[in-house]
Design a protein around this ligand. Structure first.
Ligand SMILES: *[C@@H]1O[C@H](CO)[C@@H](O)[C@H](O)[C@H]1NC(C)=O
Ligand SMILES: *[C@@H]1O[C@H](CO)[C@@H](O)[C@H](O)[C@H]1NC(C)=O
Ligand SMILES: *[C@@H]1O[C@H](CO)[C@@H](O)[C@H](O)[C@H]1NC(C)=O
Ligand SMILES: *[C@@H]1O[C@H](CO)[C@@H](O)[C@H](O)[C@H]1NC(C)=O
Ligand SMILES: CC(=O)N[C@H]1CO[C@H](CO)[C@@H](O)[C@@H]1O
Length: 452
């Protein structure tokens, strides 16, 4: 009798344990799916073609058409114009409530990253109608009243979750409020973010690419020429004379499978390149600190050429390496990254040397040596400084562009990105050159290129 009772108890215990175990597994699986980093190669459009002995994926692109379509987002009341990536429509003017004067705009920058954007870069001095509010920490983000904001800027990619999550975003969303996706880094960096989960979320895009609603490049000729107009150099200035050194390169992202490293390595066989930053001579480098800009200027200026080699080769992706580290410091940039046409559309005329113009790194080295010996030819790369174009485009800063567009847009216009992923990465991922990628392990020392 006693034994039977115990057995029954044991059985009950066992089934309880089983149930618990099952529940546990189910819960784990569910939370895994919820938090799953989007390493699904299917989503990012890469095929692992081979994995080499040191664990490096040799990836190749797969065609979009081979991917499942994610067009299950069907907006309800669109009555006009559709595009492949977004929908636009108009609402009845009579349904809009008039709450505040239309010439005042409030813009919230929904980033808790302390150093971004730099406080000095936020205000738009030419347009005081726009008030910018930067969030400084998570607590402030929870508490801030977003109801009366006209627009909220979200920085992709580091300031948004890898998969869309309600709790990261403002709790309420007035219909007139414009959510802006500010893509700061190129698609190669955002490959682990599931942008498909953001379909139907953002109204406008903001990036260095010219098909964005708001153009936000890393540099622009208008401020450049305006600064020169305030402090014009003499027409016949001999830039070559001030130079005592040849080629400098600051490189801090040392992932060795970037195109630029194999190119630079070969270039160095033919011409002396002094490398600084984390991938080069660290002890003699200026700190990355933005406060240390005068150090960087003094370091770079005596050189004739600066290797403005971008981390990634992406359409229109041209960064401060070009605008700031080279043009601002009177050094001729040697560029590797976007195609030459992309540079030509935005840069001052004849201000740079593009590696694609040379059949090999050796040919480039020979050209640099030729310029080193021919001061007149070298100085021609600075002629743009004293010949500003007649009609400079109207451009002050990224955030002024936000303000300008908000002041221009009609109150009845509506827009939402229904396929952010395709818009950003390209119909067939064509916006960036595919590359070898070790995923999260990319920052390990064994994957670093060092030039010391
Ligand atoms: C990567 O794979 C492609 C296709 O299999 C091959 O052509 C290419 O040489 C490989 N690249 C490297 C660096 O292994
Ligand atoms: C925008 O960039 C593309 C290349 O990505 C180029 O073909 C086009 O001409 C550019 N348009 C403008 C207005 O600059
Ligand atoms: C912004 O997008 C949301 C979400 O789709 C939409 O409801 C809203 O009408 C859009 N607002 C504007 C001003 O485009
Ligand atoms: C790095 O800088 C130190 C200190 O000036 C110098 O002694 C050393 O030769 C440099 N190394 C290289 C590889 O340039
Ligand atoms: C004029 C116009 O573009 N009309 C479109 C409005 O939206 C509907 C549904 O998306 C389209 O079928 C119409 O052609």
């Amino acid at each position: 009798m006693e034994l039977q009772k115990q057995q029954a108890q044991l059985k009950r215990c066992e089934s309880l344990l089983k149930a618990c175990f099952f529940l546990y597994i189910a819960f784990m699986a569910y939370s895994y799916v919820l938090t799953m980093p989007v390493s699904l190669n299917r989503l990012v459009g890469y095929n692992k073609t081979e994995v080499s002995r040191d664990g490096v994926e040799n990836v190749s692109l797969i065609q979009r058409s081979a991917l499942p379509r994610y067009d299950n987002f069907v907006p309800s009341d669109y009555n006009n114009q559709s595009s492949r990536f977004y929908q636009t429509w108009n609402v009845e003017a009579s349904t809009l409530s008039v709450k505040k004067p239309p010439d005042h705009k409030k813009i919230i920058i929904w980033s808790t990253t302390k150093k971004w954007p730099r406080p000095k870069s936020i205000p738009c001095f030419s347009m005081p109608q726009c008030e910018f509010i930067k969030i400084n920490n998570k607590k402030q983000r929870r508490k801030i009243d977003t109801e009366d904001a006209d627009a909220i800027v979200f920085r992709g990619v580091h300031d948004i979750p890898a998969v869309y999550r309600n709790s990261h975003f403002p709790k309420t969303r007035p219909e007139h409020q414009i959510w802006i996706y500010f893509a700061y880094e190129p698609p190669t960096i955002t490959r682990d973010w599931d942008l498909i989960s953001y379909n139907g979320i953002f109204n406008w895009t903001m990036s260095y690419r010219n098909d964005s609603d708001i153009l936000a490049p890393w540099g622009h000729i208008t401020p450049l020429y305006k600064a020169l107009a305030g402090n014009p150099p003499p027409t016949n200035k001999d830039y070559a004379r001030e130079k005592s050194k040849l080629v400098i390169w600051y490189a801090s992202y040392c992932y060795r499978y970037l195109d630029r490293f194999s190119y630079a390595r070969e270039l160095m066989q033919y011409i002396r390149v002094e490398v600084f930053g984390a991938c080069g001579n660290v002890s003699r480098s200026c700190k990355k600190d933005r406060k240390d800009l005068s150090c960087l200027r003094d370091h770079i200026r005596p050189y004739k050429f600066y290797l403005a080699f971008e981390n990634f080769r992406c359409v229109e992706y041209i960064t401060e390496k070009f605008w700031h580290n080279s043009l601002d410091y009177d050094v001729v940039p040697v560029v590797l990254g976007a195609q030459k046409g992309d540079y030509e559309r935005v840069a001052p005329p004849n201000s740079f040397i593009h590696v694609d113009d040379f059949g090999s790194p050796e040919a480039l080295a020979n050209y640099l040596k030729y310029l080193d010996q021919n001061d007149d030819e070298y100085n021609r790369y600075f002629a743009w400084k004293t010949a500003p174009p007649k009609n400079l485009p109207d451009y002050e800063s990224r955030f002024c562009e936000v303000c300008k567009k908000l002041l221009q847009v009609s109150r009845t216009e509506r827009k939402v990105y229904t396929d952010l992923d395709r818009w950003w990465r390209g119909e067939n991922y064509e916006f960036c050159q595919p590359m070898m990628w070790v995923g999260e392990k990319h920052s390990k020392p064994e994957y670093a290129a060092r030039f010391r």
